[in-house]
Design a protein around this ligand. Structure first.
Ligand code: TIU
Length: 226
């Protein structure tokens, strides 16, 4: 079934059997105090609104039985997949791999690397650990999407201009039709969020579409009434 979502810069036509929800990096390390985001000097409370919206998106897609992907920015314990250029850049209070209050920063299996409880994956949902900002880089995401026949991605997560935008651009280059849900993404820099939303949908959806949560909900609920 094809549904229509009132999106910008124009309507987003979503074939439900070829669409997946993808939530990017809704991890404690970015969303809670004492994690990686805070170690970089950020106010993590700025990302809280996205948690609620992502949880509501999850409920919507789960109710329809549609495929759901979660990503985590997570490195191997030996840091073999973390280039020194990434680990050593800047002057964070804790670097990737350092022991923090929630375990080793951004290391697979550690508490801080886990997805927050509100958005925690359920059985049957796919979790992709990625060493980069983009979810396609050095992951098997593309193979999963191809196997399921996915052509359309509805996206939320953090942070808007870093991992979310990188993933949207990677997906766009691979031919996916992407919709970013406005309330379901946040940045440590609110002006960067707004700029990213604007640049994604500019030039006739040069990277993709944006829509409010309500527009997505209205579109999906209208489909269930048909
Ligand atoms: N620092 C920042 O804004 N983001 C990241 O480091 N990773 C993600 O966006 N997931």
């Amino acid at each position: 079934m094809q549904i229509e979502i009132d999106a910008e810069p124009f309507v987003y036509r979503m074939p439900t059997e070829h669409t997946a929800l993808m939530l990017i990096d809704m991890q404690r390390d970015f969303l809670e105090p004492d994690g990686f985001g805070a170690s970089l000097g950020n106010d993590v409370s700025l990302l809280r609104p996205a948690v609620d919206a992502c949880a509501r998106l999850l409920a919507l897609f789960r109710a329809q039985g549609m495929p759901i992907f979660h990503t985590r920015e997570a490195h191997r314990p030996d840091l073999g997949d973390c280039p020194p250029a990434k680990r050593l850049r800047g002057n964070p209070s804790l670097r990737i791999g350092d022991e923090g209050p929630m375990g080793r920063i951004l290391i697979a299996g550690e508490e801080g690397t886990e997805i927050v409880s509100e958005c925690y994956p359920q059985p049957g949902e796919t979790v992709i650990d990625k060493p980069g900002k983009g979810a396609f880089y050095k992951t098997d995401l593309a193979a999963h999407l191809e196997r399921l026949g996915i052509t359309h991605l509805v996206v939320g997560g953090v942070t808007t201009e870093v991992c979310v935008q990188t993933t949207l651009r990677e997906a766009n280059d691979r031919g996916y039709e992407c919709l970013l849900v406005e309330e379901a993404t946040d940045s440590y820099f609110p002006e960067f969020k707004q700029a990213t939303l604007a640049m994604i949908r500019a030039q006739g959806a040069i990277v993709g579409w944006t829509a409010s949560f309500m527009a997505v909900e209205d579109g999906m609920k209208s489909s269930t009434r048909i």
